[in-house]
Design a protein around this ligand. Structure first.
Ligand code: AQP
Length: 326
């Protein structure tokens, strides 16, 4: 039997988990469980790089793990745990930080955006190094992420190549896996910015546990344009194109067939139909979110961490040896 390829991905427990996270990440995490050896993380150390409230953080960590499970990640088939429960992530981040240039980190778009918004700190600057450590720790082959993570993944690949060149060939160079449609779900209020957990405007995103009425309200208030024809055209009709992608993903119908049906229906009717499809597609996730107890989440995460610590310790042996430690 050939060994299954390994994938890693993570999500920050920063609250407001939305359909961008679901489409860009979780949905793929679920489908990859069939064919890959999957390792998924609630990356809580990453979430500490912007200001947060410790009490809220505690429940956000649980809520995010619940969202991942409710999206269909099966802890029997995938390894799922909190990043902070496995200290090897931080150990490897330190090692990799010694071969990462500060200039490269300062050029990261997300660093510039987040430090403008939330203030600078060393953790925020070195965020991509910790992300590289998350991925390289398990010597994974691929990383399913939304396309906002492209730059960080490029840095991971650079760091892996630099390490292999400077020390010993230890790391495979991981590939990025992004969905063809939905790699960047856009804000409902500004179709030129990505849908984001931290956007202060709640109408900009659809949450995984939003009720159908809330979804309808948000889709109805989505920013579009002054035309009335439904067309898939990101240049001229970004808002409508964003809704068309969401409609297509949640209904399983092609964008062409939706355009054909709704081209002349008017934006009002199109938005109602899109909202219904999104609500229906999300219904199983919403129901599972309501039924997974905190205690169950904590048990699953603790069991995952125990397995992960052993695996990570094994993986660190060759890494430590390569750099002259251990
Ligand atoms: N809008 C999006 N479209 C597609 N994929 C997305 N992802 C995030 N937003 C979108 C993907 O979700 C995964 C986990 O994201 P994260 O929480 O680790 O990273 P993030 O980019 O910081 O998420 P947010 O929602 O944008 O939070 P804030 O507002 O804190 O920056 C990743 O695979 C990401 O690609």
């Amino acid at each position: 039997m050939t060994e299954r390829k390994r994938v890693f991905s993570g999500v920050q427990p920063t609250g407001n988990v939305h359909i961008g996270n679901y489409i860009g990440a979780f949905r793929n995490w679920v489908s990859m469980q069939e064919d890959f050896d999957c390792i998924y993380n609630v990356v809580d150390l990453h979430a500490m790089t912007t200001p947060y409230d410790p009490a809220a953080f505690r429940s956000e960590r649980i809520n995010m793990a619940r969202s991942v499970l409710a999206s269909g990640v099966d802890a029997e088939r995938s390894l799922l745990y909190f990043q902070s429960d496995v200290p090897h992530h931080a150990e490897l981040a330190w090692i990799l930080s010694t071969i990462t240039g500060i200039g490269q980190l300062e050029r990261m778009t997300q660093y510039k955006e987040k430090s403008d918004r939330a203030g600078q700190n060393l953790g925020l600057l070195s965020y991509p190094v910790l992300m590289a450590a998350d991925i390289l720790l398990y010597k994974v082959h691929a990383v399913p992420v939304g396309d906002d993570q492209t730059q960080h993944l490029e840095l991971t690949r650079d760091v892996a190549e630099r390490f292999n060149h400077r020390f010993t060939e230890v790391f495979p160079i991981p590939e990025r896996i992004t969905p063809e449609i939905g790699a960047r779900v856009m804000s409902l209020q500004d179709p030129f910015s990505k849908m984001s957990k931290s956007d202060p405007n709640e109408k900009s995103r659809i949450l995984l546990d939003d009720a159908p009425e809330a979804i309808l309200k948000k889709v109805k208030s989505a920013v579009t344009d002054s035309d009335r024809y439904v067309r898939y055209d990101w240049e001229e009709k970004a808002g409508i194109s964003n809704l068309l992608e969401l409609f297509s993903i949640f209904s399983g119908r092609s964008i062409e067939s939706l355009v054909e049906e709704y081209h002349e229906a008017g934006y009002g009717a199109f938005k109602i139909a899109a909202a219904e499809a999104i609500a229906e597609g999300l219904a199983p996730v919403r129901e599972r979110m309501g039924s997974i107890e905190d205690g169950d989440v904590m048990k699953i995460m603790a069991a995952g961490a125990e397995v992960a610590r052993e695996k990570a310790e094994q993986e660190m042996i060759s890494i430590r040896a390569a750099v002259g430690l251990g």
